[in-house]
Design a protein around this ligand. Sequence first.
Ligand SMILES: *[C@@H]1O[C@H](CO)[C@@H](O)[C@H](O)[C@H]1NC(C)=O
Length: 322
Amino acid sequence: MRTSDIFLTISSLVVGSLAGTYNIDKTYIGEDFLNTWTHEAISDPTHGRVDYVTQATALAENLTYANGDTLIMRADATTVLSASGPGRKSVRLQSQDSFGTHIVIFDVRHMPVGCGTWPAAWETGPNWPANGEVDVVSTYVIEGVNDQGPNLVSLHVATTCSMPSSGRDMSGTAGSLNCDVNTDGNSGCGVNNPTSNSFGHDFNNAGGGWYAMERTSDEVKVWFWSRQDSTVPGDVQSGADEVNTNNWNQPVAYFPSTDCDIGNEFGKNNNLIFDLTFCGDWAGGSSYAAAGCSGTCVDWVNNHPSSFHDSYWDVAAVRVYT
Ligand SMILES: *[C@@H]1O[C@H](CO)[C@@H](O)[C@H](O)[C@H]1NC(C)=O
């Protein structure tokens, strides 16, 4: 064997063993969210009864609070709203950095709960929503409404795209298989997490947990581990500088690109987003009464500020690996 053969053999072994390995690119903790993420004081694209505020307002009213390893983002829980005025004050934060192939790990202690709430942690491409999601793949990692768990993981693609009806290596249960934003009222193709502690009160009572998403040029995978889950990988739990998905258990959701014309779209970089809206396209619809919430969603949001005390995100860290 010549030296070059040996070198090739060794390097192919190394590449093989590193296939699921990613290195830390960005770590966001506490005040990092004030310096490298943007408070988007925009009108809510999902038509919620919300008034997204600027960073200055959020800090002045303590709706955003960053200290040590804590980031709190919350709803105003004191003001009774005028029916003809703006919605309930809340926060929507978007990362200035954007990422192509990557893993993002959301280490979250508490997510917003309560009737009328619609929290989400997700990522999307640069044109959203100004260009109507053209050329964009949005991935919702954490999402749900009106306290109704478990978590829904979903993909929204601005072109013809569907998921196979079988053969997906995941623990979650597939809902809609059509990911095209132009069908089904942009509900996307979703996967329900099988564990109740993946969302809402049960998530919070367990001390939260870790959501991880891997996005490559042709697939998306999402994992979830509750805070006390014995299967949480050591590299996730410790916030290690390197993670290896080969050592992780089966994902909750798996989105392959087999029946999805999205090769190019996946190549575009995505920004990370936390938001907290109320009512709107999803939470304000039939799901509101179905969740046992009283009256109408908008009246509830206007008139019951104290019911929004637990409507807050408490984020320990967001880490991105590339
Ligand atoms: C702001 O919120 C944080 C987190 O909930 C709390 O610890 C702090 O006391 C609040 N500050 C004020 C001035 O209310």
